[in-house]
Design a protein around this ligand. Structure first.
Ligand SMILES: Cc1cc2nc3c(=O)[nH]c(=O)nc-3n(C[C@H](O)[C@H](O)[C@H](O)COP(=O)(O)O)c2cc1C
Length: 402
């Protein structure tokens, strides 16, 4: 993933039950392209072995601060870091960090570094809600560290449910990516992204829809948030997890998606319409299940509202609108006509018949056409990477209008 490529990330692991999740976190960061140096507290080594981190990062775990032969390891690690991430962070670690202590490798690196710092506390809910723990979290926030709120969920065995759980590793990676992101051109922008298919009922149990997975829209929403935007994701049924950071609004029908877009559009700087709304709905939706034993029904269909056309008057002056056109024939001609008809700034055209592109795949090959007559043809690439290519265009267009 772009912001991590070759970047040095220090992963501080302190001694809590959630240490087991830190292994997945180290793996995800490494897979995203980061060079991960793990620092373990002495307590963390009681929970999990250093060798596990070495195996997933391909790098030795940092020595203890007073280990012979590594006199200035804390200064070197601090200087080389692009990001210092502590996950899980114990109550004890937070207390020591808040005091500016430097009595182990992790706290010493923390004091010595100029890199951004991200802390993900995890502890028993009683510990987290204690005034002293809250005060310590606030103290480190006040010096500029980002402290993630622990999630509410099942705690250690027998401890029930409460706030204190370490967020899932992919959520922590998303926050780390936002801190590492260098393309901050969307900071302060409000972006609406739509994703996935909508469904139109035929009767109380059946519906028509399409093969959209939501991958493209979710990738765009994730990348826009990483680049600093405030993101509203309006989505149908998704085959992928919701992105971190976006305000997500789930809808079922095309009319619901239109209403949600209409509500958000007046304050949006950009709309990226990557959803695949159903174009047709049943003229009459049966109130009873259509019986199988009856003769196969002929179902009359009618058009659903076109979301981009019907919400056009709600666009803010200067808002950038990007649409998608999935076609099976005359791809670019059809896409150009759609761009004009719907008053778009960009249309992203792809060919549903091409292998590795369009619905359901992790990759996509598109042609980006602009209302100014530009034509860009990025190669086949992961949808996560294409999201950045598309947002580069949106960012430039917003810059040109401001
Ligand atoms: C089984 C067990 C689980 C623990 N889980 C946590 C935890 O989730 N969060 C926490 O803040 N402390 C937890 N502790 C307490 C810490 O391990 C203890 O405060 C330790 O001194 C932390 O040291 P460190 O911050 O240097 O890693 C746990 C202790 C035990 C014995």
């Amino acid at each position: 993933m772009r912001p991590f490529d070759g970047r040095r990330v220090i992963l501080g692991v302190t001694g809590g039950i959630a240490c087991y999740k830190a292994v997945t976190l180290a793996r995800l960061l490494t897979q995203a392209g980061a060079v991960v140096d793990v620092i373990m507290s002495r307590a963390a080594r009681e929970f999990i072995g250093a060798i596990t981190f070495e195996a997933v990062t391909g790098r030795p775990v940092a020595p203890d601060i007073l280990d012979a032969g590594h006199a200035l390891a804390h200064i070197r690690l601090a200087k080389e870091a692009a990001l210092v991430l502590i996950a899980p962070a114990t109550a004890d670690f937070l207390a020591r960090a808040a005091q500016g202590r430097a009595d182990d490798q992790m706290t010493a690196v923390l004091l010595a570094t100029k890199a951004p710092v991200l802390i993900a506390p995890a502890m028993n809910d009683g510990m987290w809600s204690h005034e002293l723990a809250q005060r310590n979290a606030q103290t480190v926030r006040d010096v500029g560290y980002e402290v993630l709120e622990p999630e509410i969920g099942p705690l250690a065995f027998g401890e029930g449910v409460g706030p204190g759980r370490l967020p899932e590793p992919h959520v922590i990676v998303a926050h780390a990516g936002r801190l590492l992101e260098t393309a901050k051109g969307l900071a302060g922008a409000q972006i609406i992204v739509t994703a996935g298919p909508t469904r139109e009922a035929l009767d109380p149990v059946r519906y028509i829809t399409n093969h959209s997975s939501g991958r493209m829209g979710v990738a765009i929403a994730a990348a826009a948030w990483r680049r600093g935007a405030t993101v509203t994701l309006i989505h149908g049924t998704l085959e992928v997890p919701l992105p971190t950071g976006a305000t997500c609004i789930a809808v079922t029908t095309t009319a619901e998606m239109r209403d949600a877009v209409a509500a958000a559009l007046p304050s949006a700087d950009a709309l990226v319409m990557a959803a695949a709304p159903a174009d047709f709905r049943a003229a009459d939706v049966g109130t009873q299940k259509i019986k199988k034993r009856e003769a196969p029904p002929v179902i009359a269909l009618q058009h659903t509202d076109d979301i981009l056309v019907s919400t056009r008057s709600l666009r803010r002056a200067g808002a950038i609108v990007m649409g998608f056109a999935l076609e099976t024939t005359q791809v670019e001609e059809n896409a150009l006509a759609k761009m004009t008809r719907k008053g778009l700034d960009f249309i992203v055209a792809n060919d549903a018949t091409e292998v590795g592109a369009g619905f359901g795949t992790d990759t996509n090959r598109v042609v980006i056409l602009s209302a100014d007559g530009e034509r860009e043809t990025p190669p086949l690439m992961p949808k996560t990477a294409l999201a950045d290519v598309l947002l580069d265009r949106v960012t430039r267009a917003l810059d040109a209008r401001s």
